[in-house]
Design a protein around this ligand. Structure first.
Ligand code: HEM
Length: 128
């Protein structure tokens, strides 16, 4: 098998994001949540995610939002975040390999953990 290249430019990021959200849209658990929320705003979401990953991986100022707030009220728990990470890792492992690829998976897993932790925290009335 030919060696996979590392994620190295915006075209690679677009391929990673498009492949991942292609799987997400078809996923029985995550698809309905994204489709319900995004409706006809998918292309806007994908553009935003190209910028987000450029900022994370290449230190380019393409994204300047706050990633967590849009997730705060979503009907999700650890099961959803585990599936999100699984789909992300399988998408990326089929396309790339290398230092930046590992960095992307690590950053994604860390954020999934943190989002889930915060959602859990805010859901508990004792923490308000
Ligand atoms: C259960 C897992 C997840 C679900 C269901 C989910 C769902 C969504 C949805 C529906 C939006 C669009 C919100 C809107 O525009 O109205 C969104 C935005 C976003 N998501 Fe997620 N997400 C998940 C996990 C993650 C993780 C782990 C990351 C981090 C790598 C992430 C990063 C982002 C970012 C950066 C945005 C754009 C925020 C902005 O508007 O500035 N998401 N997500």
């Amino acid at each position: 098998m030919a060696t996979l290249k590392d994620i190295s430019n915006i075209e690679d990021i677009k391929l990673m994001v498009d492949t991942f959200y292609g799987k997400v849209r078809k996923d029985d658990l995550l698809g309905p949540i994204f489709n319900e929320k995004l409706q006809d705003r998918w292309s806007e979401h994908l553009e935003k995610m190209y910028g987000f990953w450029q900022t994370i991986l290449f230190d380019v100022r393409a994204y300047s939002g706050s990633p967590f707030p849009p997730h705060k009220q979503l009907p999700v728990d650890k099961t959803h975040f585990d599936r999100w990470v699984l789909l992300f890792n399988t998408s990326i492992d089929g396309l790339f390999s290398g230092t930046i690829t590992e960095e992307a998976k690590m950053r994604a897993a860390n954020m999934a953990y943190m989002f889930n932790y915060k959602i859990d925290y805010f859901r508990n009335p004792e923490n308000h």
